[in-house]
Ligand binder design. Structure first.
Ligand code: AMP
Ligand code: MN
Ligand code: MN
Length: 323
């Protein structure tokens, strides 16, 4: 499949590039990395996003070239390259009729990915989707540059939690080394990603900590943040992106979960596990998906019902792991 994809980006000329709703560093890093590499190698590519470009990633090269939605673009690409998207309904914006005129290339590392593309390169063992982008680009013998490397490195550090999450191997560091060789400044990137948050994020974190509940004998920590909180602080949803990680940092905690209210009865849940509980399975039971240690879902239920369902699912997962 990787040869086939390398062949596609060499042979064809016009591409849309897309990623998931509420894009994280891997989503934006792969979107912009692929876009810049295609441009560098003489292709026409348009990176499409569903909503305003997240402020956190505006320092990345190519961020100013992203286009919101498909409106008024007279462009008929042969392929839509979809990056880091676990499920077709998470592609942002919806591609609708475009699928009739263009082939969908699904490049991802979520184990729950149902292979919704016309071409699917889904490798759950990959640390990040940017790793897969790098592999395809090098297989196509594409010329890379510092800007592409910055974007791909961003995805790698985000999805590995700065090289601390499970799944990091010597190959991860080899890829990091290849990217740094282009001249990427590691601290420049990590500082911008993790040490330059707006003050409102600190307030969101305080709210999350104030509201947390320790459940299931200290194995589960749940908390919540509401759209009204974001609204009051003038904060964007992307500011809450990695807050959930804090909830699993305590000894004995197996799962941290953050319930974010998006609108009346519309919630997004982020789950993080240390390994015993497969949160991708928990999320899938409620219509979501993700990785075994980082998963998410979106549901229309009350917060109380979500809380109850999560406690029950996680409790039974913890019990089945000890028997
Ligand atoms: P998040 O907690 O939003 O950072 O998401 C954690 C992981 O779960 C990411 O890898 C997401 O791609 C995946 N994920 C989040 N929400 C959903 C969803 N509604 N459906 C499928 N996968 C999701
Ligand atoms: Mn992602
Ligand atoms: Mn990813």
């Amino acid at each position: 499949m990787i040869d086939q994809l390398a062949g596609i980006i060499k042979e064809y000329r016009d591409f849309y590039i897309m990623t998931h709703v509420n894009p994280d560093g891997d989503a934006i890093g792969s979107l912009l990395g692929m876009y810049l590499a295609l441009k560098e190698n003489g292709k026409n590519a348009i990176p499409i996003i569903g909503a305003e470009f997240p402020e956190l990633f505006q320092f990345l090269p190519g961020s100013g070239n992203t286009v919101i939605g498909f409106d008024s673009i007279g462009f008929n690409p042969s392929h839509i390259i979809v990056l880091d998207v676990a499920a077709e309904n998470r592609i942002s914006p919806e591609i609708g009729d475009l699928r009739k005129s263009a082939k969908l290339v699904n490049i991802d590392h979520h184990p729950t990915n149902p292979l919704y593309g016309d071409y699917n390169y889904v490798l759950p063992s990959a640390n990040s989707t940017t790793q897969l982008v790098y592999e395809i680009l090098t297989r196509a013998k594409y010329r890379l540059n510092l800007d592409v490397a910055k974007c791909l490195y961003t995805g790698l550090v985000t999805d590995t939690g700065c090289f601390k999450f499970a799944g990091v191997t010597s190959a991860t560091f080899e890829l990091a080394a290849r990217l740094l060789e282009f001249g990427v400044d590691n601290y420049d990137i990590t500082r911008k990603l993790f040490e330059e948050f707006p003050e409102s994020r600190l307030t969101l974190e305080r709210l999350m900590i104030e509201r947390l509940e320790v459940l299931l004998d200290g194995k589960l920590v749940l908390s919540y943040i509401d759209n009204e909180d974001y609204h009051k602080l003038g904060a964007s949803l992307s500011e809450g992106e990695s807050l959930v990680n804090r909830l699993r940092e305590t000894r004995g905690v197996e799962v941290g979960g953050l319930i974010t209210k998006l609108s009346e009865n519309q919630y997004k849940v982020s789950l993080r596990s240390k390994g015993i509980v497969n949160v991708a399975t928990v999320a899938a039971a409620l219509g979501g998906g993700g990785h075994s240690r980082a998963a998410g879902l979106k549901v229309s239920m009350s917060r109380e019902e979500i809380r109850e369902r999560l406690i029950r699912l996680i409790d039974s997962s913890l019990n089945s792991s000890t028997t």
